[in-house]
Write a protein that binds this ligand. Structure first.
Ligand code: FES
Ligand SMILES: [Fe+2]
Length: 399
């Protein structure tokens, strides 16, 4: 009887531990800050009351922007995505499995191809009267009930957007002067599936897009916003809780623009977690900022490498979607989730600052903050003559 009891207990504990292990290694975790109603209304209120700042820079700089993850666009499916002041339909071919990005609205009578559009091969059929458009060119290829295709086809073309699917993400090229796109570097481990996505977070940030990458060159904020123990939490009002002062974070960072690829900038970051005065964890990170909307972070730890992909896409002139995807080999799922926990809290602290700040066009910068000046001059390449101004971008939202 007694032996049976212990046997059952061991079995129970083993099964429970295997369950926990399975969860840690194989179940991706997600964290979203934009679905809590009370938080949403508080943010909206803050947004209305907030000082926007004078001389706002254009809200949609030129570059690649993520529209979706590869997993979100299954073969034969279409999705409507509104961002950067545009409406897109993204769909994946049933034959070639390629993804295509077109303007969402049908030139016939304006139905949205991303809402009920039917994917056929490399084409998409409108859900209203079944006009069919080619994903490769945007050309009209069929009207099922009309012979007069040649008369209308030249008017019926839909705008085809340059897009690229790489590292598990679907990007669109947005450039107001129609310049040729730059390459998005392929990260082998992610692109060939050797690394697994163990989780992702998603924030809705209410600030100018430039505020977010500027963080990488803002060395002085690291100690203030990210120095307190991570266990103190994401709320910058309470994070300095003395209960958690046994731990702290030391950051060192160096920002520089890339001499070969002018659209790229690099941050070399070192992060030390100290328990009292004992150095417990040290992480080195190589960070590449690739244009205004995409960042890759390679974290080197004693157990191995973690790769984080950060995407930033403007949803509205002062509303950004900021996401991070955490990749590691399958057996480092526990580590990727641990890193995700720390990174999510740190980003949430930044988000509290971004959500409530104004945009300052000409900040007062002492000589120690030279990287911020260098960042601003580097970033200015993404604004061009025809960039939409804040007022122009805002007009399209007033209806
Ligand atoms: S609105 Fe698209 S086919 Fe008529
Ligand atoms: Fe930060």
């Amino acid at each position: 009887m007694c032996a049976e009891f212990w046997h059952n207990l061991y079995t129970f504990i083993t099964v429970a531990l295997l369950g926990v292990l399975y969860y840690i290694l194989f179940v991706p975790v997600t964290w979203k800050d934009n679905d809590a109603n009370d938080k949403k209304s508080a943010i909206n209120r803050a947004r209305r009351l907030r000082k926007i700042g004078t001389k706002l820079l254009p809200p949609f700089p030129n570059g690649w922007y993520k529209l979706a993850t590869s997993k979100e666009i299954k073969p034969g499916t279409a999705k409507h995505i509104a961002c950067i002041g545009e409406n897109f339909v993204v769909f994946r071919s049933t034959d070639s499995k390629k993804t295509f990005v077109l303007d969402a609205y049908c030139p016939h009578m304006g139905a949205n191809l991303g809402v009920g559009g039917i994917v056929k091969g490399d084409c998409i059929e409108c859900p209203f009267h079944q006009w069919k458009f080619d994903g490769e060119s945007g050309s009209l290829v069929n009207i099922p009930y009309s012979e007069s295709l040649s008369e209308v086809e030249k008017f019926a073309k839909i705008r085809k957007w340059t897009s690229k699917e790489v590292n598990g993400l679907v990007f669109v090229w947005y450039h107001r002067e129609n310049e040729e796109p730059w390459e998005i570097p392929v990260i082998d481990e992610v692109d060939n599936g050797r690394f697994v996505c163990h989780g992702w977070n998603e924030f809705r940030v209410h600030s100018h897009i430039q505020d977010i990458p500027e963080n990488g060159a803002d060395i002085a904020h690291l100690a203030t916003v990210h120095g307190s123990n991570i266990l103190g939490g994401a709320d910058i009002n309470n994070m300095r809780n003395s209960w958690f002062s046994f731990g702290s974070h030391i950051w060192n960072a160096k920002w520089s623009s890339n001499t070969y690829f002018k659209h790229m900038a690099t941050v070399k970051l070192t992060h030390i977690y100290k328990l009292l005065s004992f150095k417990l964890i040290e992480i080195d990170a190589d960070i590449d900022q690739i244009g205004p909307g995409y960042v890759t972070l390679v974290l080197k730890l004693i157990f191995g490498k973690i790769i984080i992909l950060q995407t930033l896409t403007p949803l509205e002139p002062l509303v950004q979607n900021l996401s991070h995807y955490f990749y590691a080999p399958w057996y480092l799922g526990w580590l990727a989730k641990f890193i995700m926990y720390g990174e999510t809290i740190n980003v949430a602290r930044d988000v509290m600052i971004w959500n409530s700040k104004e945009f300052v066009r000409n900040p007062l910068l002492p000589k120690e903050e030279k990287p911020l000046k260098m960042f601003r001059s580097w970033y200015s390449q993404f604004y061009s003559e025809n960039s939409k101004t804040f007022a122009q971008a805002h007009e399209t939202l007033e209806w």
